[in-house]
Design a protein around this ligand. Structure first.
Ligand code: MRU
Length: 348
């Protein structure tokens, strides 16, 4: 498995894998400024909701290092500015805002004490490191909980990339699949939707599963309905970018998979950490990211396949209402949507 992000104390930098180069090249990039962090999230060198969150947390930590020489009030302004810029990078994955808010909350708590800017910065780096480690342990639990729903011999379909590369380690939906395969020794076949237009299923999910020797076949996004109808898929496992009180935001195409699953009685499971929950809002409040139409008109930013002069639409996420979701798996257990709302309203 791939650890997607790491803080290097000696260099005071954050090391990531440039995911836009996978699967053909594994290139590590070192980021030293919050602007580089923002750029890496915006251009999807790092992507996937939990990884976006942890990377954003490191963005605030790096900003605190960059502005060490400032007096506390200017330092505060600079951190707020870094937060604003990082928050603007991608609007849908709630983990981004969850992470930057958590970091700023920590900052304001530290500011109230008599700590120096230098000490505050050290604490912020430590906080981001802890968030990264927490992501790893939570994803492990997601895998353990989710794997209990996978039977020996299942063929599981997944959409986009909800693997190690979408988190710090292990992944969300893929964590369940890899746990069932590696720890429980279940025989599993995986079908990965290619996931137009950014092709995370073809480039990243297939890459991760091949690396772990888990049998995987990639299909065009149009094929999953047919395969479900033919009885070739037993379960669907996907991740989430934000779970509201009425359903799940995830990569564009997830809704169509859920509709086909529902029509063919295939269980549809969503695996997500509690940092992806935003249960106090409904889907109407959520901004669905619209990316450059160029990603649709030109395959992988290269060959143009659409006639010159014809526009494209490029929504990056869609919404699946809870009535199409069989169960939601978090680090705390397995829930129906009603149970999820009850559990987390008591917990918070
Ligand atoms: O646009 P991306 O690649 O960031 O989208 C990723 C997804 O939609 C994942 O399915 C989602 O983040 C949940 S998996 C960790």
């Amino acid at each position: 498995m791939f650890r997607s992000i790491e803080y290097i104390p000696d260099k005071k930098c954050v090391k990531i894998i440039d995911q836009t180069k996978l699967p053909h090249e594994t290139i590590f990039v070192e980021l030293t400024t919050y602007k580089e962090i923002a750029e890496a999230i915006y251009t999807m060198k790092v992507r996937g909701a939990p990884l976006i969150g942890v990377t954003a947390a490191y963005g605030i930590a790096l900003a605190s290092i960059e502005f060490l020489d400032e007096k506390i009030e200017i330092f505060t302004e600079k951190l707020e500015q870094a937060k604003t810029e990082i928050d603007k990078t991608r609007p849908t994955a709630v983990n981004l805002f969850w992470a930057t808010q958590k970091m700023m909350k920590k900052f304001y708590a530290l500011k109230k004490t008599d700590k120096t800017v230098d000490e505050i910065s050290n604490f912020l780096v430590e906080k981001a490191n802890k968030m990264a480690e927490k992501d790893v342990s939570i994803n492990f639990m997601l895998g353990k909980n989710g794997a209990s729903l996978i039977s020996n011999g299942d063929c599981v379909l997944t959409h986009c990339n909800a693997g190690s590369l979408a988190t710090v380690l292990y992944g969300t939906a893929l964590s369940a699949i890899t746990y069932a395969f590696r720890e429980e020794k279940k025989k599993i076949n995986v079908i990965s939707d290619e996931t137009r237009p950014r092709l995370q299923g073809a480039t990243l999910t297939a890459f991760e599963l091949q690396y772990q020797k888990i049998p995987v076949k990639v299909i065009s996004d149009n094929s999953s309905g047919l395969l479900m109808r033919l009885g070739k898929i037993q379960k669907i496992f996907v991740g989430a970018d934000r779970i509201t009180s009425d359903g799940v935001f995830n990569k564009i195409g997830t809704y169509m998979v859920a509709l086909a699953a529902n029509a063919n009685n295939v269980p549809f499971y969503v695996v997500a950490p509690s940092s992806s929950l935003s249960l106090s809002e409904t889907s109407v409040n959520v901004k669905i990211e619209e990316r450059d139409p160029f990603e649709v008109s030109n395959v992988l930013g290269k060959t143009r396949i659409v006639p010159e002069g014809v526009d494209c639409l490029n929504f990056a996420f869609d919404f699946t209402p809870f009535d199409l979701v069989t169960k939601i798996i978090t680090e705390h257990g397995i829930f129906t949507s009603k149970e999820l709302i009850e559990f987390y309203s008591k917990k918070n």
